[in-house]
Structures are given as C-alpha cells and as structure tokens.
Design a protein around this ligand. Structure first.
Ligand code: HEM
Ligand code: FMN
Length: 511
C-alpha cells in the first residue's frame, strides 16, 4: 500500500491478467481493469488486448486526451499504482525505413526557403510517418473532390482581381503529426489573431486547448453529435462555460468517407502506432516497435467494425440520425451561435436561415467524404444568389454568416471567397503540414506567409478594407461549368499522388 492509501501492484500480478476474460493494463503508472470496457472501446478490443497485462501508455498517449481513461472508467476499475521496478521495459527497434525518414527530417530546407503553403505539403510528404501523412492528406474514394476543390481554391474558375483577412484552424488528431498536437495551432492562432476551431476528436483534451489560449482569444467548437444526447449536452454546455464563441455542428459525416488511399496502406493500429513516432528529433526519445503480444481474438464481441481502417472506425461516435428536428433541442441547450458545417446546397442554407441558425459552412469536408460533392466556393455563389432572391439577404451578413472551406492555400483564395460574400474561410491541412514538418515555428511561418500575401494582394487590388472587396472583383462565371482554359497549377500537381492500383505481392524467384 502506498502512503497515499493507493494499492501498489506488482508488474507480475498485472501480467497475469492478460486475457479477454481478465484484462488489466497500465497507463501512466496506474493499473486499470478494462475487462468490461473491452467491447465498448471505440478503437476496438483488439488493440487493448495487445497490451493486456502490460504497459499501454505509449500506445494510448498519442490518440487519447490524457484524462480519457480516468473519466471513462468507473472508479472501482482503477486498481492502484504499479510498482515501477517490477515492470519490464518495452524493447525499442528502429526500422531502416524509420532511420531513412529521420535522415530526411535532418535535411529539411530552412524555413526561410518555404515560400508558400504548398511548400509545407511537399516537405510534410517526405518527413511525416507515412501513415500519418496518408491520414491527413487523402480524400474520399477516388479523390475527385480533392482535385476539384484544390483547383477551385486556386483560380481555375475564379479570376480574382482584387483582395483580405481571417482564417480558421481546425483539425482533429493533431498529435499524429507532432506531439503537441492542436496546442501548436492554439498558440499560433493567438499570436496571429486568427480564430481556431477546436475539433471534437482532438488528441489533446478540450480543456488543454482552451487553457493554452491567450486571454480574449476567440475559439470555436466543431461538434460531432453523439448518439447519447446527454453526452453531447454536457460537452456543449461545458464549452459554452469555457467561453467558446460559436458551435459548428458537422452535418456531412453521418459516417466517415472511405479514404481508399489510407485503407490501401494502413491498418488502423499501425496508423496510430506509427503516428506516435517523432517527426522532429528531440520531441520524443524513442521510436516504438510493434509488440507481438499474445492476443485473444474474438471479433464477434466488438461492437465496432474495425475492418474498414481508421477513417471509418471513428464514425461509431457520430449520430447518423441527426436531423433538422434536432435544431430546436440545440437551441434549447445553448445560447452560443449555431452554425451547420458541411452544407452543400442553397436549399439547406435557406432552411438553416429559416430555423434561426447563425450561419453555415459551405464545405465538402476537404474532399474527404462524398466524392464529387461540390467545393464550398462553388456553392457560395449559388447561396448568395438564392438567399438574396428569396429572403432579400446581402452578404457578408451579420445575422446569417457564410463560411467556406476546402483548398484554401493562399490569401488570394480567401479574398475570392470574401469578395463573393463569405465572412471567413477555414484552412485545414496546410497548418497540419506546417506543424508536422517544422513544429510550432512552421505554423508561425505559415501564418506569416498568409499575412504577407494579404497585405500584398490588398495593395495590388487597391482595396483599403474588406468592405472594398466586392463581387465585381471576381469572375465567377465559369464556376459551375468546371471547364476553363487556364494554365495548370504546377505546385499542386507536383504534390498530388496518383491512386495506385492493387499491387501484386513480391513473388520469390523460382530456384
Ligand atoms: C478507458 C480507456 C480508454 C478510453 C476511454 C478510450 C477511448 C477511445 C476513443 C474515444 C477512441 C476513438 C476516438 C479517437 O480516436 O479520439 C479511441 C480510439 C483508440 N484507442 Fe482508446 N480508449 C481507451 C483505452 C485505450 C488503450 C489502453 C489503448 C491502447 C492499448 C487504446 C488504443 C486506441 C486506438 C489505437 C484507437 C484508434 C482507433 C480508432 O479511432 O478507432 N485505447 N479510444
Ligand atoms: C485530417 C483531417 C481531419 C478532419 N477531421 C474533421 C473532423 O473531425 N470534423 C470536421 O467537421 N471536419 C474535419 N475535417 C475537415 C476540415 O474541417 C475542413 O473541412 C477541411 O480540412 C478543409 O479543407 P482543407 O484541408 O483543404 O483546408 C478534417 C480534415 C482533415 C484533412
């Protein structure tokens, strides 16, 4: 018994509970009985069983907020503290592939040579662990969406003559690329006075992200609505108390899209394991190896389908039954402005306005959900036209705000959206690439690049303020035809990775 009254358990005793019938694990030096929790685990029971009777901290840490285990397991399942002298150390093996990657990390160009947000993507692609890269980068199905969205984001369909401000940052699972995860984004957003949207599925806890903000820093919350509305209500009300300024309810992910390129190279556990590897030397001391532990397999007992890779597995959290009739309930539990994220048509934007919502994010989820769904900027032109015709609204509009995200890579892209009536745009992947390849300084540099681009574009457009950035500055006539004769975007294209066909396994040469 420790002085604190906590039971001290030997590693040997923990090791005896290494089956599905009795499964104990160690996380942060504490011993937990997770036997009953196994079938409930959103990540599947198999991954936990791999660590049955052992220390699971290294696997657990990169994926979960630190308090996930303490808040979700009933107190009687917290068995005590492990005696550290009795726990065997996990052997660490660094593969040749990993060594080569770390070498590439050393050879990164200095930040002064990173001239635009595409450069970050090019570097992230070679220095990030392969599977973390795949999770960040790839889109849904054949990725038609990602291609279309990137090109609409970059003047294929818009000819921007004049210019602007604001970007929002959000992305979940941020510490797959860098151990400080979303906190990098929070700090940089505070410094550069941009708004951060905090994701539901973050790798740091919500409170950690809020605590990292500067006084008065604006933060928004992206909400995946849980089937258990009591959980959703608790989260939303906690967020409101902590000063969140707007609730962005994601409506385009009743299940997560099938990201074929991710599925092609990874299985789920691998994805997370590898993602915990240090991207930058010095951020973590060791690289973990696969642990071929004995695993009692019983897929029938899992309530979650693990067969489809990380992207789909996460969707077990998201209520596919979310509907317009849920809106009054949200309005009854919070006073925060409510915005729908992932709207694809003027009809839905109109209904959101009529329901008294504060706005919509016109988005196809970074091209990660339904293939061929339209880019935000394309929908924007249609929404402003129809809401003007039907409700007399002009944009930007304080009462009902339009946000756009997807493929925004330059200040110039932001200005196109603002000119067409958007209040603000969201930028996703570029900041992940920036902090995955250069850490916090990378995010800082990315925002600095955007600021400089803004200044230059505004001057060259002759716009003294955002009010002077008007629709007439943009030729949007070819937006929905998707056909326009402009030079290809070489920077985008050189980063684009083609989909690979199924590959033959290596066949050993016949003797
Ligand atoms: C009571 C303890 C635990 C809780 C409450 C918990 C909770 C969760 C949740 C909510 C997710 C899915 C969402 C996300 O990715 O953020 C998840 C995923 C995952 N968990 Fe846990 N977990 C626990 C213990 C563990 C342990 C001990 C391990 C490692 C041995 C582990 C490994 C994983 C993995 C690999 C995933 C990723 C796969 C996925 O998204 O489905 N978890 N866990
Ligand atoms: C790795 C990754 C994870 C994402 N996760 C979420 C999420 O959990 N919830 C959500 O509403 N959108 C999510 N998105 C979509 C973004 O919020 C945003 O719509 C999109 O990334 C914008 O496109 P961009 O990355 O081209 O800037 C994710 C995007 C990426 C790249």
């Amino acid at each position: 018994m420790a002085a604190s009254g906590e039971r001290v358990i030997s590693g040997k005793e923990v090791a005896q509970h290494n089956t599905r019938e009795s499964c104990w694990i160690i996380v942060h030096g504490k011993v937990y009985d997770v036997t009953e929790f196994l079938p409930e685990h959103p990540g599947g029971s198999k991954i936990i069983l791999k660590y049955a009777g052992k220390d699971a901290t290294a696997e657990y840490d990169p994926i979960h907020p630190p308090n996930a285990i303490t808040t979700n397991l009933p107190p009687e399942k917290h068995l005590g503290r492990v005696d550290p002298a009795t726990v065997s150390k996990v052997e660490v093996k660094i593969t040749d592939e990993e060594k080569a990657r770390l070498e590439r990390v050393k050879n990164r160009p200095p930040l002064s040579e990173i001239l635009n947000l595409h450069d970050f993507e090019a570097i992230a692609r070679v220095v990030m662990p392969e599977k973390a890269w795949a999770y960040y980068r790839f889109g849904g199905d054949r990725e038609f969406c990602v291609m279309l969205l990137t090109s609409t984001g970059q003047r294929k369909f818009l000819d921007c003559q004049q210019a602007c401000q604001f970007t929002s940052l959000r992305l979940p699972l941020g510490n797959m690329g860098h151990p400080d995860g979303e906190l990098n984004l929070t700090r940089a957003a505070g410094k550069h006075n941009v708004i951060q949207m905090i994701p539901t599925l973050a790798s740091c806890s919500f409170d950690e992200i809020i605590d990292a903000a500067l006084p008065g820093q604006h933060q928004l919350l992206q909400l995946y609505v849980n089937k258990d509305r009591a959980i959703t209500k608790r989260f939303v009300q906690h967020a409101e108390k902590r000063g969140i300024k707007g609730l962005f309810i994601t409506v385009d992910a009743p299940q997560l899209g099938r990201r074929e390129k991710v599925g092609g190279i990874s299985d789920l556990c691998d994805l997370w394991c590898r993602s915990a590897h240090p991207v930058l030397p010095g951020y973590a001391d060791e690289v973990r190896s696969e642990d071929p532990a004995e695993v009692t397999e019983n897929k029938q007992q899992d309530k979650v389908d693990r067969s489809q890779g990380a992207a789909r597995a996460i969707s077990s959290f998201i209520d596919p039954g979310l509907d317009w009739k849920d809106i009054p309930w949200f309005q009854s539990i919070t006073k925060m402005p409510l915005i729908l994220k992932g709207v694809q048509s003027w009809e839905d934007a109109l209904q959101a306005y009529d329901c008294g919502l504060a706005g919509v994010v016109l988005s196809n989820h970074g091209g990660r959900q339904l293939d061929f769904s339209r880019s935000g900027i394309e929908i924007l032109a249609e929404v402003t036209r129809e809401l003007k015709a039907r409700r007399g609204l002009t944009f930007p509009n304080k009462r009902f705000q339009l946000f756009v995200d997807g493929g925004v890579r330059r200040a110039n892209d932001v200005l196109k959206a603002v000119a067409l009536g958007a209040t603000a745009v969201g930028i996703g992947r570029p900041f992940l690439y920036a902090f995955s390849s250069y850490g916090p300084e990378g995010v800082d540099h990315a925002l600095q690049i955007l600021h400089e681009e803004f200044e230059m574009n505004m001057r060259l457009l002759g716009a003294r303020s955002l009010k002077e950035v008007v629709p007439e500055m943009v030729d949007a006539s070819a937006l929905s035809s998707h056909i326009v004769a402009v030079p290809g975007d070489r920077l985008y294209e050189s980063n684009y990775e083609s989909m690979q066909h199924a590959q033959m396994r290596d066949v050993k040469a016949k003797m």
